[in-house]
Design a protein around this ligand. Structure first.
Ligand SMILES: *Cc1c(COP(=O)(O)O)cnc(C)c1O
Length: 374
C-alpha cells in the first residue's frame, strides 16, 4: 500500500522533468526537499533591507547537495546494468557515491587527494563500504585518472561530467522557486568543479520555460515550457576561494590551495556551462579569502544556528560583501546555496576557537561559570 503523502526523493517528485522512464530503477535515499531558511539576524546586524535565504543542502541524506546528482547518476547506472561506479572527490562526492552504491548493491571506487579530506567524509566512504584509493595528487589529478580508467575498466563515472548529475542538481532551483513562489533576484553559490552552478542554472531556466542551450537533456520537451513556474531567472553569482579561483584568473590553476577543501579545485570540469550561466544571467564570479570563509562559517553558526562546512559558507560570505558594497542592491531577494553540513569537518570548525572550560563537578563551580557569562 502506498501513502501518497510520503516524500520519496527528488526523482519521484520531479519524475516528469527528469530523464527517467518506468524502466529506471530508482536508487534513492529520499534526498532533496531541503529547507529554505530565512536569515533573521545577520541582515539586521549589517543594516540591510535585503531578504536573504539559505538553501541548506547540507540537510541531504549524506550531508551535502551531491546526493541530488547521485540519485540520478546511480539510478541511470543501474538502468544500464552497471556493477561499479567511480569518482574523484574532495570528499562529499565520495560519501554520496558510497551511500548510493551501497543502496544499489554496486561497488564504489573513490579517488581522494592524499591527506586533504576531512575525517567525517572519509568515515562516510569507509562506512558505506567504498573502495577508497588515496592518490598522491590533488582532485584535478584524480579527475584526469577517473576519465582515463573509465575507458579501461567496467566502471561508470559519477562525477558531474556525467550529465545525469546536473539533471538531479537542477531540482534545487525548482524547490526554491516553489518555496518562494517566484525566482530570487540573485542566486549565490560556491564554485569548485562548477557543476552545481550549472545545474541550478538549468533548473531556473527550465522553471521559467526558457529552453536554453544548457538544457541538454530536455530537448524542448520540458513540461515547464507549457506551464512555467515563474517568469524570471535570477542573476547567478559564483564565489571561489582565492587560492583556488580559476574563473577569476581566467585559466586553470596548477596548485589550488584553500582550507575549504570541497572547492580545492584548479581545473573545473563544467567550465563552459558555468561561464555561460554567469554571462547569460548578467552575473559575475568573485573570490573570498580563507579567513573571510571561516568568519562567515562562524557567523552563520553563532548568529543563525546554521552549521555548514567551510566551502558552503562561501556563498553567504560573497553575498554579504556584495550587499555591503551595494553591488547587490537593497531590497533584493537573495538565495544562497549552503552546500554541505558542518559535521563533515569538525576539526576546522574547532581550530583556533575558545577552548572548552573544565569545571569541578560541584554546584558552586557550575553556577560561577554560568554567572560569569551572563
Ligand atoms: C562539491 C561541493 C562544492 C562545489 O560544487 P561544484 O559543483 O564542484 O562547483 C561546494 N561545496 C561543497 C560542500 C561541495 O561538496
Amino acid at each position: 500500500m502506498s501513502n501518497s503523502s510520503h516524500y520519496q526523493g527528488l526523482i519521484e517528485r520531479y519524475r516528469d522533468r527528469l530523464p527517467v522512464t518506468d524502466k529506471t530503477p530508482v536508487v534513492s535515499l529520499n534526498e532533496g526537499d531541503t529547507p529554505l531558511i530565512k536569515l533573521v539576524n545577520i541582515p539586521e546586524q549589517i543594516g540591510t533591507s535585503v531578504e536573504m535565504y539559505v538553501k541548506f543542502d547540507g540537510q541531504n541524506p549524506t550531508g551535502s547537495f551531491k546526493d541530488r546528482g547521485m540519485t540520478m547518476a546511480v539510478s541511470k547506472a543501474a538502468e544500464k546494468g552497471a556493477k561499479a561506479i567511480v569518482c574523484a572527490s574532495t570528499g562529499n562526492t565520495s560519501a554520496a557515491a558510497a551511500a548510493y552504491a551501497a543502496r544499489a548493491g554496486m561497488t564504489a571506487f573513490v579517488l581522494i587527494p592524499e591527506g586533504k579530506i576531512p575525517m567525517g567524509k572519509l568515515a562516510q566512504a569507509i562506512a558505506h563500504g567504498a573502495v577508497v584509493l588515496q592518490i598522491r595528487g590533488n582532485f584535478d589529478d584524480g579527475m584526469r585518472l577517473v576519465k582515463e580508467v573509465a575507458g579501461e575498466a567496467p566502471v561508470e563515472i559519477v562525477n558531474s561530467v556525467n550529465p545525469y548529475r546536473l539533471q538531479g542538481q537542477k531540482t534545487g532551483a525548482f524547490e526554491i522557486v516553489e518555496a518562494l513562489g517566484r525566482a530570487p533576484d540573485y542566486h549565490c553559490i560556491p564554485v569548485g568543479n562548477a557543476g552545481n552552478i550549472s545545474g541550478y542554472w538549468i533548473g531556473y531556466s527550465e522553471a521559467c520555460g526558457h529552453n536554453t542551450a544548457s538544457c541538454t537533456l530536455c530537448n524542448g520537451e520540458c513540461p515547464y515550457l507549457e506551464n512555467p513556474l515563474t517568469t524570471t531567472r535570477p542573476i547567478m553569482v559564483g564565489y571561489q576561494a582565492s587560492g583556488a579561483a580559476p574563473f577569476l584568473r581566467g585559466h586553470p590553476v596548477e596548485q589550488p590551495e584553500t582550507l575549504a577543501t570541497a572547492i580545492r579545485i584548479g581545473n573545473p570540469q563544467s567550465w563552459n556551462l558555468a561561464k555561460a550561466a554567469v554571462e547569460e544571467s548578467g552575473g559575475w564570479f568573485d573570490e573570498v579569502t580563507d579567513q573571510e570563509i571561516l568568519d562567515t562559517q562562524s557567523l552563520l553558526a553563532s548568529k543563525e544556528g546554521i552549521f555548514c562546512e567551510p566551502a558552503s559558507a562561501v556563498s553567504v560570505c560573497g553575498a554579504l560583501r556584495d550587499i555591503r558594497s551595494g553591488k547587490i542592491p537593497d531590497g533584493s531577494l537573495i538565495t544562497c546555496t549552503v552546500t554541505g553540513h558542518g559535521l563533515k569537518d569538525t576539526a576546522t570548525a574547532i581550530e583556533g576557537r575558545d577552548p572548552v572550560q573544565t569545571v569541578d563537578a560541584e554546584l558552586a563551580s557550575v553556577k560561577d561559570a554560568i554567572l560569569r557569562h551572563l
